[in-house]
Write a new protein. Structure first.
Length: 82
């Protein structure tokens, strides 16, 4: 009877150990997945920032051109004070 109880307890301990190992592996895989997602999102954010910087520079150049053209049109339309 004692041997049977010990065998059952050993089987239960083995199953708990196996379940714990599977749980740890699942947690580890979830952590790896989160890290990969973080790397992908960081890469996307860096690319978006690069694009935003490029767009900001383009807008700045266009504004400078509009100002120059406005000044040129103004010079031709408004008689010189004199």
């Amino acid at each position: 009877m004692i041997l049977l109880a010990q065998t059952r307890q050993a089987d239960r301990d083995k199953m708990h150990a196996l379940a714990d190992a599977e749980h740890r592996e699942a947690l580890n895989q979830a952590n790896i997945d989160r890290q990969e997602t973080a790397v992908q999102q960081t890469t996307l954010l860096v690319e978006l920032m690069r694009q935003n910087t490029q767009l900001t520079e383009t807008v700045h150049q266009l504004l400078e051109r509009v100002e120059a053209l406005t000044a040129d049109v103004h010079k031709h339309l408004v008689p010189a004070a004199g």
